[in-house]
Design a protein around this ligand. Structure first.
Ligand code: FAD
Ligand code: SF4
Length: 480
């Protein structure tokens, strides 16, 4: 274990970040490199608990407790504390295909569940993970591993997000020949075209894709399965087909004025912003010199706020339907659940640095868009969320807000319409692919589903875990 009593003597410190004002003037990553000695001190805070909740990895109601990848956190914490960085990397890589992604953008449910939350503050697990993988790349420990033998079996993975990539990686390492089909022009799924560059620079995604290619995986881009190639054709050509197509069907806000110009889905805005950045051109949808309102209080909404700031918006407001979270955990949100408390996300810190106030409005619902051709105004009412989840309007809370760019970030409703229209894969009532957790099998023989496409919009770690699990099942089937 780390240092005896380390968690009592050493204060928690995270990977340092660039200042909230300075960083919004460019699109580079928020974080700065960590000092190795500081990270070893942080690892010394780990108690190697008898029951390490940090690595438990279970879904509890809508929350995640511990790491869904079952990362061997106490083991690599101890190795880092002792300076055995290479062994720490090897332990980390046993359970996590892509630590360079998770250590940058995972919300770290492991930290929310760390036992050290009880007496003091959690171990800085995510920062330690980041230091391990950064060092592994620097030292050349991340090597190309081409499988020594090929089984002669062929697998098609549809979709190149974290679920598809983890699945393709494990099946390729098991010796099967893997082809990944992707409808976008670049691989990576939401790692490439959802999460903005300042959270995850795109060269980090491209570096991993190049690595997987060298290990033998084939990527076929600009190819929408269902539309460009019928699923049946792939079923005939491959021994197994795994659908990792994500859950990107937008949830709409069907209120008066919705067809006015200047109202966009958050994902269309975020994707176009990243594409324009990578292609060195002006984006077709931009917040430049606009009054921006983001509807949706979640992480996608926060990414829109941070993107709008970098495009020099005149103002930005983010609406959320929930009330302002409390400063400390409520009685119905005990440890080891992740704490549902008031936090300033990176985007909110940046908005405060620019405009002097938090951009969020809590407990608010949009009832109408106004404008002639383009949107110019939103009308809202105050709401409260009842215990049964229903929404109740609060009388005399009507407000009007000026806006000339509105971004809708209120969630997703399962797999995209095209996929549902062009295939006869059975879907659940909430639009995700019907495939039981134990088998990942869909209604078609030798066709499986994993990641957001099966479980609904989630986290990268859940997508990777499902990608790894479906790979195990398919590998067993192909071996036998
Ligand atoms: C804006 C945003 C920010 C997020 N930020 C975070 C974060 O910071 N941390 C975190 O943990 N999670 C985050 N998430 C959630 C996370 O990105 C997803 O849970 C995760 O990417 C799901 O992985 P996936 O592989 O299942 O699907 P996706 O990443 O959605 O990938 C699916 C891929 O399939 C492709 N595809 C779809 N249909 C077809 C077809 N018919 N043929 C071929 N290809 C197809 C798509 O183009 C896409 O590339 C965020 C989500 C969003 C929307
Ligand atoms: S729960 Fe926290 S202190 Fe305990 S083993 Fe995990 S990281 Fe270490």
């Amino acid at each position: 274990m780390g240092r005896l009593g380390g968690f009592l003597e050493i204060d928690r410190q995270k990977t340092p970040e660039r200042g909230a004002w300075e960083r919004q003037r460019d699109w580079q990553e928020l974080t700065l490199p960590s000092d190795e000695r500081l990270i070893q001190d942080q690892a010394a805070r780990c108690m190697d608990c008898g029951t390490p909740f940090c690595q438990m990895g279970e879904a509890w109601q809508k929350l995640t407790i511990g790491c869904p990848l079952y990362n061997l956190i106490p083991e690599w914490n101890d190795l880092v504390y002792r300076g055995h960085w290479r062994e720490a990397y090897e332990r980390l890589f046993k359970t996590n295909n892509f630590p360079e992604f998770t250590s940058r953008v995972c919300p770290a449910p492991c930290e929310g569940s760390c036992n050290a939350n009880l007496p003091t503050e959690p171990v800085a697990i995510k920062s330690i993970e980041r230091a391990i993988i950064d060092k592994a790349f620097e030292e050349g420990w991340v090597i190309v591993r081409r499988p020594k033998k090929r089984t002669g079996k062929k697998v098609a993975v549809i979709g190149s997000g974290p679920a598809g990539l983890a699945c393709a990686d494990n099946l390729n390492q098991a010796g099967h020949s893997v082809t990944v089909f992707e409808k976008a022009d670049r691989p990576g799924g939401l790692l490439m075209y959802g999460i903005p560059n300042m959270k995850l620079e795109k060269w980090v995604v491209e570096r991993r894709i190049e690595h997987l290619k060298k290990e033998g995986i084939t990527f076929i881009l600009n190819t929408e399965v269902g539309k460009a190639i019928p699923l049946e054709k792939l079923e005939a050509q491959f021994d197994a087909v795994i659908l990792c197509v994500g859950a990107a069907r937008h949830r709409d806000l069907k209120i008066p004025g919705r067809t006015l110009k200047g109202i966009h889905y958050a994902m269309d805005y975020l994707e176009e912003s990243t594409k324009a950045l990578l292609e060195g051109r002006a984006p077709k949808i931009t917040a430049e010199r606009k009054k921006v309102i983001v509807i949706g209080g979640g992480d996608t909404g926060a990414d829109c706020v941070a993107t709008a700031l970098r495009q020099n918006c005149l103002s930005v407001v983010q609406f959320g339907k929930h009330e302002r979270p409390p400063k400390v955990r409520r009685a119905n949100n005990p440890w080891p659940e992740p704490p549902q408390i008031f936090k300033l996300d990176y985007a909110h810190e940046e908005a405060i640095a620019r405009f002097g106030h938090d951009p969020r409005q809590f407990g608010i619902s949009t009832v109408r868009f106004r404008g002639t051709e383009s949107v110019s105004m939103l009308e809202t009412v105050g709401i409260k969320v009842n215990e049964d989840g229903s929404l109740e309007e609060i009388p005399e809370t009507e407000q009007s807000w000026e806006a000339d760019l509105v971004l809708i970030a209120i969630g997703f409703e399962g797999v995209e319409k095209n996929f549902a229209d062009y295939t006869d894969i059975k879907l659940s009532a909430n639009g995700t692919i019907l495939a039981p957790r134990k088998t990942f099998a869909t209604n078609r023989p030798n066709v499986y589903a994993a990641g957001d496409a099966r479980r609904g919009q989630s986290l990268i770690v859940w997508a990777m875990r499902e990608g790894r699990e479906v790979a195990d099942i398919v590998n067993e089937k192909l071996k036998n």
